[in-house]
Ligand binder design. Structure first.
Ligand SMILES: Cc1ncc(COP(=O)(O)O)c(C=O)c1O
Length: 377
């Protein structure tokens, strides 16, 4: 059987990971400034994580959601403490799209309404409701057209208010820093007005923190900078450091009913062990403080490169915008300098999403490589 060919692939085969590095089958080691798409939070194959996952799988890897699973309770407690959202409730699932799909469904259950407001350039996943709320017609199939979604400009308060006044919107879903779309974010005023308008019009605010959350900005959640109270917060990526685990944090104003959400694999023992280890390491190694320190260092170094038009994003979710398309630059960084970086739908933007354990010396390596590639282009 052949693989269904949906991914354009770089010709590299990583076989081993160690903190901020991955090594391929030929023995070449790469500096990972992409984190497998913002997934690697505490570093590849962190020893505490390896131990926790290995011990758990040797004991009990999985049982269904029909039994008591104290690891889920432990994870919820640790997540509440780490995020400051300890009054929220946790529903566990397996991927970012599934988290947002459940968030949208829950908003619709709660409000009895069906229309969703999303923003231009947003990416929320590839399942039915999430792909409909993703501003990319190329990845929407005719079957996804059943959803009622209105896309607004990020920052357009007037139109948002007019749409919410119609009274049929179950949710406004927003990435406080857009990921795939290219690191755009709105002002505090816009986010805080959105929160207020949602509450005034019986609409739930969903914070999609799948990429910008889990410590990546130096705060646990990107929305923490603002005076907002999302009704639902979706999490994935960094949560499992590569193990597929995701979830939604649900405000206590929303009441659970048996059977309203569910999943076979979500919150299984192995996933919980991985996610607990991530939270433990995040705290023990003070990784959010590291994010802020390294981010400041990165921004300082970026100033010395005149070809960089603008640095977007926050913490270790950064985008370097050039006045040229970065496809070739990315390839040279990978093949000549052995550094992974990311792209986005903004073709002039190089995305930087390293493990949160990264140190100044790695940033030095990156900037030396970048300068060399740009100078010799
Ligand atoms: C902000 C955001 N939401 C949702 C998703 C979907 O997550 P997944 O690919 O795990 O389904 C992504 C993935 O890139 C994302 O960046």
């Amino acid at each position: 059987m052949k693989l269904f060919d949906v991914y354009p692939l770089y010709d590299i085969t990583p076989v081993q990971g160690n903190d901020v590095y991955v090594t391929d089958d030929k023995g070449t080691t790469y500096l990972d400034l992409y984190g497998g798409h913002a997934v690697i939070s505490i570093g590849h194959s962190h020893p505490e994580y390896v131990k926790a996952v290995s011990e758990q799988v040797s004991m009990l890897g999985f049982y269904s959601n029909a039994i008591q699973n104290p690891l889920q309770v432990q994870l919820a407690q640790k997540l509440g403490a780490a995020s400051g959202c300890d009054d929220y409730e946790l529903f566990l699932c397996n991927s970012g799209a599934e988290a947002n799909e459940n968030a949208l469904k829950l908003a619709s259950f709660q409000t009895g309404k069906a229309r969703v407001i999303a923003f231009k350039n947003a990416f929320h996943g590839r399942t039915s409701a999430t792909v409909a709320a993703t501003d990319n017609r190329n990845i929407n199939a005719p079957i996804n057209a059943q959803h009622q979604v209105t896309f607004l400009e990020l920052g357009d308060t007037d139109t948002l208010e007019k749409e919410l006044q119609k009274g049929d919107v179950c949710a406004v879903i927003v990435e406080f820093i857009q990921g795939v779309g290219g690191l755009d974010e709105a002002t505090a005023g816009f986010y805080e007005t959105t929160d207020r308008l949602c509450k005034a019009h019986g609409t739930l605010l969903i914070a999609d923190e799948i990429q910008c959350g889990y410590g990546r900005t130096g705060d646990f959640f990107a929305f923490a900078k603002y005076d907002v109270t999302p009704d639902i917060i979706s999490i994935a990526k960094g949560m499992g450091n590569g193990f597929p685990v995701a979830g939604i944090l649900i405000h206590p104003s929303i009441t659970a009913k048996h059977g309203m959400l569910g999943t076979t694999f979500g919150g299984n023992h192995l996933a919980c062990a991985a996610a607990i280890a991530v939270l433990d390491v995040l705290g023990e190694e003070k990784l959010m403080e590291n994010v802020s320190e390294i981010s400041t260092y990165f921004l300082e170094k970026a100033k010395a490169i005149p070809q960089i038009r603008q640095v977007k994003g926050r913490g270790l979710m950064l985008g370097l915008e050039f006045d040229f398309e970065v496809g070739d630059l990315r390839k040279k960084l990978i093949y000549d300098k052995h550094i992974f970086t990311g792209g986005s739908s903004n073709k002039k933007l190089l995305r930087i999403l390293p493990p949160l354990t990264i140190k100044k010396e790695h940033i030095d390596t990156f900037f030396a490589a970048l300068e060399d590639v740009i100078t010799n282009a």
